[in-house]
Design a protein around this ligand. Structure first.
Ligand code: FAD
Length: 318
């Protein structure tokens, strides 16, 4: 079995939760020590944090790696890692950009967005992916004999939060080679905070496309007021301009950690669920096969257009 590497995502010096997930994935693939890879500019502290999780950490420090430019990171990894490596990446926006091209450059197998591992048979890795918004599971086999790049859906594998390791950090910055590239990083555009900060709310009443019409948003607001909660939403609601961007939960919106998350007419896409980092999830959906029911603590099969006013009335009576 070749060496397994986990690419560490970090922002403002803080490791992404995927750092604690990828080590769990690696353990399911092989019983060999896994090495974390930290790239960036001035990443000593981040590498030290990664060493609390991983027995070995490779650091590639270069000004050209200061911003999330997948083309530059790809070059650095191709130059620094053995060709037959198994590289684990989070299936976030950056990982989706990095992974496919990396597998081509490393001449290895590629598999995207896996949610589970179904076993290992020699060099063959059996994985499960989801299609059609999570309503269909597909079983896929990945030949790892010449290496593999594997994108893992965030939130699917659990986390090793012990931070009990005291790993070695090896500086491979000199192995990164020529990092000039055609793609230029321009800027990070941070969404405006707006009047509301859903990241601080204890109770979120979150609305999705199931609400059907802009006029119906009012009943969600009334329910939130009755519950002393804050209204949040999925991306289609922001795209339709029914609520402001500051209320969007998900990988391209806000990350929230409420005590209670009431999801109304939200299917449970991984981009949405990726923004919920804890809390008791109550999902209301009229489709009994909606993927959100697989992760909700409580699932209620109902039409939200009936359910919301009834719940508001019941709470107001209380
Ligand atoms: C790069 C990228 C980033 C993204 N980032 C985000 C993100 O940050 N946040 C995000 O939310 N999405 C994001 N998305 C979009 C994401 O893929 C999904 O399309 C989106 O989350 C779906 O939103 P939804 O669940 O509201 O709508 P749908 O998937 O359309 O689900 C609507 C649900 O409502 C149910 N429903 C319909 N009518 C009723 C009713 N009357 N009563 C009860 N239930 C009903 C349906 O059964 C369905 O389950 C991103 C996509 C991409 C490609």
């Amino acid at each position: 079995m070749t060496q397994i590497y986990a690419y560490i995502v970090h922002k403002d010096g803080v490791l992404d939760d995927s750092a604690m997930e990828l080590i769990e994935v690696a353990k399911k693939i092989a019983d060999t020590p896994v090495t974390a890879i930290v790239t960036g500019s001035g990443v000593d502290a981040v590498a030290a944090e990664a060493a609390k999780i991983y027995p070995e950490v490779i650091k590639i420090d270069n000004d050209a790696l200061a911003y999330p430019n997948a083309e530059v990171v790809r070059k650095a990894l191709v130059n620094a890692l053995p060709a037959d490596s198994i590289v684990l990446l989070a299936n976030d926006t950056f990982g989706m950009d990095l992974g496919p091209g990396l597998s081509i450059k490393m001449d290895s197998s590629y598999i995207s967005d896996i949610v589970a591992i179904d076993g290992v048979d020699g060099d063959l890795l059996k994985t499960i992916r989801q299609e059609f918004g999570g309503e269909v599971s597909t079983h896929t086999t990945c030949d790892m004999s010449a290496g593999a790049v594997i994108n893992i859906r965030p939130g699917s594998f659990g986390m090793d939060e012990s931070k009990a390791a005291s790993g070695n950090v090896t500086d491979k910055s000199a192995d990164a080679g020529d990092l000039t590239c055609g793609r230029k990083f321009v800027e990070i555009v941070v969404p405006e905070a707006g009047d509301v900060d859903i990241t601080k709310a204890d109770v979120l009443v979150s609305v999705g496309r199931g609400i059907e019409d802009e006029e119906n948003i009012e009943m969600v607001t009334e329910l939130a007021e009755a519950m002393n909660a804050v209204v949040s939403c999925s991306r289609p609601i922001v795209d339709a301009k029914w609520l402001e961007p500051a209320r969007q939960v998900g990988t391209s919106g806000c990350t929230v950690k409420p005590k209670v998350y009431l999801a109304l007419g939200i299917s449970g896409s991984f981009q949405h669920m990726g923004g919920i980092k804890g809390g008791f999830i109550i999902a209301v959906n009229k489709n009994p096969n909606a993927p959100i029911f697989q992760v909700a603590d409580v699932g209620i099969e109902a039409d939200i257009l009936d359910f919301i006013p009834e719940l508001t009335e019941a709470i107001e009576e209380l």
